[in-house]
Every structure is written in C-alpha cells, then in structure tokens.
Write a protein that binds this ligand. Structure first.
Ligand code: M6R
Length: 591
C-alpha cells in the first residue's frame, strides 16, 4: 500500500529521479512522501505530509543533492499521518535509512527489545524497527551488508518489502510477500514496488521471488536467498505501454479512464493469452469458486449470475477477505477464478494461496501480466486496458465484465453472443452513453449539496451493478451509498427512506422492469427523489437517464457508465479529489 523506490546509477542526481518515480506510483499511497539521498558520505532525508507535488513544492525534495537514494509514498497503517511517521526512517546514527511497504507483525516486541538495547525511536511506525535492526546487525557483522540484511530479515515477521541506503554507497532491498522489482539499464539500477517507478528509464526488469534479498553496488546487482545463496532470476521485458498514463484533455485520471472505456472495451477480447486453457480448466472443474475484493468482487458476483443464468454453470463467489475462512470446504477438482486488476491485493493473494494448498487450480483475471497473482496462477487472462491510475476502478471493471462475458459465451456455446457486429454496436452504444456526460453533470449539480444517503436499486444481474455504483459513490464522493436488491427493500431498508433520500433505480426493460417500477412507486410515496436509469421513461422518475436498448444480458456494461459519471461529478461538486480518495490506495497490499 506504500510505494518504495531505490536508485543507484549515473543517470543524474538521484532526487529528481526519485520524485518523478514516486509521482508515477502515488496511486499506492499518498498520505506523505519522503526521499533520502547519499551525498559525500552523509544520508540526507527530506519528508513531509501530503502528495508528492505538494511536498516537493514545499520542501524542494528534488534539490536534495546526492547520486543514489531511496524514496517512499505512504499509506498509513501504524502511526498517524505526520512528518515523523513519513518515510524514510533513519537508524540512530543516521548512517542507514529505510523505506518500507507492508506490515511488520512483530514490531512491538522488536521495538521493545531494541529500545532496551539503547536504540532511540523517533516514530510510531512499525517500519522504523527495520532501520534499527539493520544498524544492530551491521555493527555485529562489521558492516557486512549481506549478513546484515539476512539477519534483519530473519527477525522480521509479516509481509514486507523494504529498501535501505547505507552510507557506504550500497542500496539493498528485500522482498517478503510484497512486490519488489529490479529495473536494469546500462546507466542505472532501480528497486521499485511497481515497474511504473522506472519504466521511463528502462523496460528490463527482474521480478524478485519471495524471500529474495538484493544488493545494488555501483553498476552491479546480486540477488541471494534468505540463506545467503546467490540466485538467478529471469529478466523480463515489460511493455512500454504500461507507462503511458497521461491525463490528456481530462481534468482527472478518473474521468479520462471512464471515457476510455469505448476503446478499452474490446481489448480483453482480442488478447487471447491462454484463454482456451483458462476455459478448459473451468469446463473440467467439478466446482467453481470466484473471488476478488471491492470492485473485482462485484464483477465476480455478476460473473456468478451470468454463469448460472446463461451457461448453467454453478459457482460460489466469496470476497477474498472472507474466502480464507472457507478454504477448508474446497472439494477436489475445484477451480478458483481470482479477479484482481492489480494482481497484488493481499486479500486475494492470501485466499488464493490457501485455495492452492487444497489442490484447487487457480485461473485469474488480471490487468498486470507480471503481477504476483498472474505468477501464482495455473492460467491467466489479461484485461489489457492499460494502466488505471485513478484509485476508483472504472475501466478495469468494464474489462473484467467483458472477460466474464467471453467466458460465459464460451461455456454457453455462444448463447451469450459476442459476435463482431454486436460488439461494434456495443462500442457505439457505450460511446453514446458516455455522451450523456454533460447531462449527468447537470443532474448532479441540480441535486441538494448536502445529500447524506444515496440508494441504488437493481434486481438480478443489475444488483451487482447497484453494489458497484454505490461503492463508486462512497469512494469518490464520501457519501453514504447502498446497493440494494430491489425486492429486499420491503424487508427492512424501506425504513431508511424519507424525503431527503436520493434513490437511483437501475431499470432496463427486461424481466425485472415491472417489479422495479413497483419498488420505485413505494419509495416515491415516502417522498424520495428518484433517478431512473432505463430505456423507457416512466412518470415515477424525477430525473431520467436514458439507456440505449441492448441484448438483456449486456445491460450491466451500459448501466455502470452513468453511475461512474454520477460518482465522479458528485466528487467534483464536493470539491474532493476523485483520483486520490482519502484513506484509500489503489493497490491494497496489506490484509
Ligand atoms: O487490484 P484489485 O482489483 O485486486 O483491487 C481490489 C479492490 O481494492 C479495488 O477494486 C477497490 O475496491 C477499488 N478502489 C474500488 O474502486
């Protein structure tokens, strides 16, 4: 959930490179930022609360002198958001500085132990123990960095990756269940949480394995395992397109990514990577489980309904954070479909690890083919929708749905048809719905500024879209929102509805239409304001967003767009940053 970067090279001064890398990885956490550089044998640290550009403006981070260094953006887990808790953290003698991503589970014991030995702590973070452990073992080993790293890692429990700069000019990192990638160019070496941290300089990378430790010294790198044996890891060439992440003409990445959906829609369908094998696993399976978190869980939920309704395939869907408790119920010959944009979500990785232990096969749907999830899977397919920078998942959700439709189409013997002309038509319709942007902005601007609650109703395959729409509103606009299966309203939630409620009804003309109209009428008589999303106008709606007509099973793909736009404009109306919602991070690598 934090981003870490280390740089050792001849390209330039370290600081501007580090700051630039951190801007690219800010999606991973943006509470505070800091860098440390080595200048004439002294490690200099500059850090502060805020986003990279803000802190850089205030502290001139990029002017810090020095040829090598490390950097960090934080998503707070232990200790409040303040300058002291921002990384890098110094050892007592300031001859070592550390940046860390993950959680050190035994930090409390270690801190007590180290404090008793005389170490002085300056922050409330779990991370600072790493700097003091490094200091302790470098003293014991007489500055042998390899021994220092091995001993330090042996003492740490939890999932973590860290990078340290030593005042003798060495940068070293370790990877234990959090990502750490080496970027290699003729001029420089990088250690980074994401390839985005170095892709501007090189596309050659090495994805470290769990338990790997790496030392960068001058132009060389050495990787060894936690027992000290030198190991070789394969060189991977990363696609340059992964780095293309400009906002273009749009005010925010989120809006750009919503509008990109016309072009990203079909990309996962063209990427045939392993798709046949992926489907064979599902065809042969006796049991199918689906898992994911947040938006990816919502697409999994829709996947389950589509599989059951159109391919007559039963499956169970679990939120990844919950799946771990049921892994002992996984029966033989099971396949788990794991869905994750980042492929790095800790809850997903953990549940997949537990499922694998039972012998289940793992097939995954990811955006990043080099991600940990893809590498843990027996087969994977990619969303191919390009980098998604906005913390709220938008285009990746759409692409996940398209892959799920492709799977259902294959397993239903084309009952769900994704023929060329239909897809072309779908693409035109998506662009038509995106053309409602102005109308949606005006609608949102016409609403009361103090909306406290928004409810979204949908039945059947529209219910997961109601959940996803409400997640977008919560996340982007900080307004309480709830997706409700419309028929459940009378079993409780109706008590919440009053004249201040705003209710969005997802109501295309299909088998659910009339029942949803009845629910809308019940709500209307309690005084709520109703926004109808439908291809048929009805007098019960106070506001109406017209959806084009599509095959019944494809409505979810169309419906989500107005909800994404509404959430975005609610955030703008509230004057909060839609790209970086408070308290969140794009890649949630802690459990
Ligand atoms: O990278 P993943 O798809 O595994 O991420 C899972 C969730 O953290 C993610 O979808 C989150 O819910 C989004 N920010 C929602 O917009």
């Amino acid at each position: 959930m934090c981003s870490i970067i280390g740089y050792s090279g001849k390209l330039n001064l370290a600081a501007p490179l580090l700051v630039d890398s951190l801007k690219k990885m800010e999606y991973r956490g943006y509470d505070s930022v800091g860098i440390a550089t080595l200048n004439n044998g002294n490690i200099m640290v500059s850090k502060g609360v805020g986003k990279v550009a803000e802190v850089d403006k205030e502290l001139n981070l990029n002017r810090l002198p020095g040829q090598i260094g490390i950097g960090h953006t934080r998503w707070a887990t232990h200790g409040g958001v303040n300058d002291k808790n921002a990384h890098p953290h110094y050892s007592c003698t300031s001859n070592i500085a550390v940046v860390h991503n993950g959680i050190i589970e035994n930090y409390h014991e270690l801190k007590t132990e180290l404090a008793n030995e005389g170490h002085i702590f300056k922050s409330q973070t779990d991370s600072e123990v790493i700097a003091h452990l490094l200091e302790k073992y470098s003293r014991i080993s007489n500055n042998d960095i390899k021994k220092t790293m091995i001993e330090t890692c042996k003492n740490l429990k939890g999932s973590f990756a860290f990078v340290a700069v030593f005042d003798n000019g060495i940068i070293s990192g370790a990877r234990f269940d959090e990502p750490l990638i080496i970027g290699i160019s003729s001029q420089a070496l990088f250690l980074s949480s994401d390839v985005l941290g170095f892709l501007k300089h090189t596309d050659k990378s090495i994805f470290l394995d769990n338990g790997d430790i790496v030392i960068l010294e001058n132009d060389n790198y050495t990787i060894f395992d936690d027992s000290g044996n030198v190991v070789q890891r394969p060189l991977t060439q990363v696609a340059w397109e992964l780095g293309s992440s400009e906002k273009g003409k749009f005010a925010h990445y989120t809006l750009k990514e919503i509008h990109e959906q016309t072009s990203t829609l079909l990309k996962p369908l063209n990427d045939s990577n392993d798709f046949a094998t992926f489907c064979e696993y599902l065809q042969r399976a006796s049991n199918i489980y689906i898992t994911g978190s947040g938006t990816s869980y919502n697409s999994g939920l829709l996947g389950k309904l589509l599989l059951s309704k159109y391919a007559r395939k039963k499956s169970e869907v679990y939120m990844s954070s919950e799946f771990q408790y049921f892994s002992d119920t996984i029966e033989p010959n099971s396949v788990v479909i794991a869905i994750s944009q980042s492929g790095e979500t800790a809850d997903v990785l953990h549940s997949v690890k537990k499922a694998k232990e039972t012998g289940a096969k793992i097939v995954s749907i990811v955006n990043i083919p080099t991600s940990s999830l893809a590498r843990m899977s027996d087969s994977y397919v990619t969303l191919n929708c390009g980098p998604e920078i906005g913390v709220a998942a938008t285009k990746s959700f759409m692409s996940q749905l398209m892959i799920l439709y492709k799977i259902v189409s294959t397993l239903s013997n084309q009952y769900v048809s994704l023929e060329g002309s239909e897809l072309k038509n779908l693409q035109n319709l998506i662009s038509k719905v995106l053309g409602l942007d102005d109308k949606i902005r005006n609608l949102i601007n016409s609403l009361d500024s103090n909306i406290k609650d928004i409810y979204i109703l949908g039945r059947s395959i529209h219910y997961p879209i109601a959940l996803e729409g409400s997640l977008k509103i919560k996340e982007l606009a900080y307004i309480h929102a709830e997706g409700i299966a419309a028929g459940e309203l009378k079993h409780g939630p109706l008590a919440l509805i009053d004249q201040e409620s705003v209710v969005i009804v997802i109501n295309p003309v299909d088998e659910t239409h009339l029942d949803v109209i009845s629910s809308a009428n019940e709500i209307k008589s309690r005084g709520a304001y109703i926004i109808g999303l439908s291809n048929l106008r009805n007098e019960v709606y106070d506001a109406f967003i017209e959806l084009p007509k599509v095959a019944d099973y494809l409505y979810p793909v169309i419906e989500i767009i107005p909800l994404q736009l509404m959430s975005y404009y609610l955030a703008i109306k509230k004057q909060v940053d839609p790209d970086y919602p408070r308290n969140l991070a794009k890649s949630v690598t802690v459990k």
